[in-house]
Design a protein around this ligand. Sequence first.
Ligand code: ADP
Ligand code: ADP
Length: 228
Amino acid sequence: MIEMDSVTKAYRNGVVALRDVTLSIKAGEFVYLTGPSGAGKSTWLKLVYREERPTKGTIKVGGFDLTKLKARQVPELRRSVGVVFQDYRLIDRLTVAENIAFALEVLELPEREIRRRVAELLDLVGLEAHARRFPRELSGGEQQRVAIARALAPKPKLLIADEPTGNLDEETAASIVRLLMEINAFGTTVVMATHDRALIERFPRRTIRLEGGRVAYDRPARQVREAV
Ligand code: ADP
Ligand code: ADP
């Protein structure tokens, strides 16, 4: 699903955020990306959804070679990669249902199909009762569930989450990880950036740690407890 080969990312100000990173993530995996602040986690995720481009090296995501991607293929890549952020990024003036529907309207699906998919997604994230509320009327955990439903609306093969639990208390964070694991069990590949060691220990999965832009370690779930 993701193949990175010798990827280096230097920003224009000279900061080298990633150095010679080689990694492979298979379809169906659930992977944590961890490391201290400034380690390069967000940069790594941005390269995968092509918010940023590598200075050196190659990146393949799904069927796409990002280093050769044509401008007209970018929308197709964006549909196959769902993205969730720490600060939810919902549209304040739209209801929960409208926020999710918005992601489907740009795909020009028929109205009936959109309504059906929104209902399905609300059910998946457990927010059927909140369809007509506005984001500000929801708790942080509920807003993150809406953001996850929206990211899943175009049925992406890959879901990327950048510190999705960073603003949540411990139990709400755990419920979000359980939801991401459920989504993963349905077949979506999930990569979650987090620096929450307790969360990783509680729900062990393959963990890739970045430090100073390099891969410090890449450990399977069964070695996570000794690793973190
Ligand atoms: P993390 O997500 O692990 O905190 P980031 O990928 O955000 O790490 O940052 C890695 C390094 O790149 C940091 O030194 C950060 O200051 C720098 N950086 C991130 N984004 C930019 C940018 N747009 N321009 C310049 N430097 C950046
Ligand atoms: P948390 O404990 O996660 O901070 P809140 O206290 O913000 O949660 O919210 C608890 C419940 O109250 C949630 O189900 C939320 O949807 C509901 N709620 C919070 N604020 C409002 C509001 N302004 N209008 C309607 N419902 C609200």
